[in-house]
Unconditional design. Structure first.
Length: 198
């Protein structure tokens, strides 16, 4: 597989749990279903911290995740995630109450509990694109391609990109794209002085 990974959540037979739809999705907490009728990913959990990692590709430390919010949030939140560890809980989230007034950025701790960093990041609507970009310890929080906040944190330095939610039961996301900042996988480095064109 190759980055960027674009996920349209298309299933042609029946609703499927996310990890059944594609085993490269690893659900860390909560639950997600790919809906056959609408080709979206829907949260079906009610935990305070829910998230899933795309493990089908190797991500650089500098990475991004973005997706389109497809349903109104009420008091619940749906969004994206970066730097999710390969084992155990952790990683960063940015999720929004689509149709409401709130969105929050933060990290999941070692028990999977969300810890907000800073204040409410503002309103999102249905069909808005929510995105996190991270380079080093700097996170760019973005709405429809434009930065709305820049935040620094060093809790996690690497991991997988993915999706996230907070008590997100029935909330939906689609057209998720995950990749490395500046391009694809880490390039190969050739050592020595051999002339490859000889």
């Amino acid at each position: 597989m190759a980055l960027p990974k674009t996920e349209t959540f298309t299933t042609d037979t029946s609703d499927k749990a996310l990890a059944t739809y594609d085993a490269n999705w690893v659900v860390k907490q909560g639950g997600y279903i790919v809906r056959q009728a609408t080709d979206v990913c829907e949260c079906n959990g009610t935990a305070e911290g829910e998230y899933a990692a795309w493990t089908g590709d190797t991500f650089n430390a500098d990475q991004y995740s973005k997706g389109t919010l497809k349903s109104a949030g009420g008091g619940n939140f749906m969004g994206v995630a970066v730097r999710i560890p390969s084992s155990g809980d952790g990683g960063y989230y940015f999720f929004a109450n689509a149709g409401g007034t709130d969105s929050y950025f933060g990290y999941f701790d070692a028990t999977g509990t969300p810890n907000d960093i800073g204040a409410n990041r503002g309103a999102f609507a249905v069909n808005d694109v929510i995105e996190i970009q991270v380079t080093g310890t700097t996170f760019s929080l973005r709405k429809n391609g434009s930065e709305i906040a820049s935040v620094s944190d060093s809790t996690y330095s690497s991991g997988y990109a993915g999706i996230s939610s907070y008590q997100g039961n029935t909330l939906q996301i689609d057209d998720v794209e995950m990749g490395n900042m500046g391009g694809g996988p880490t390039p190969l480095t050739f050592e020595g002085t051999d002339n490859l064109n000889a």
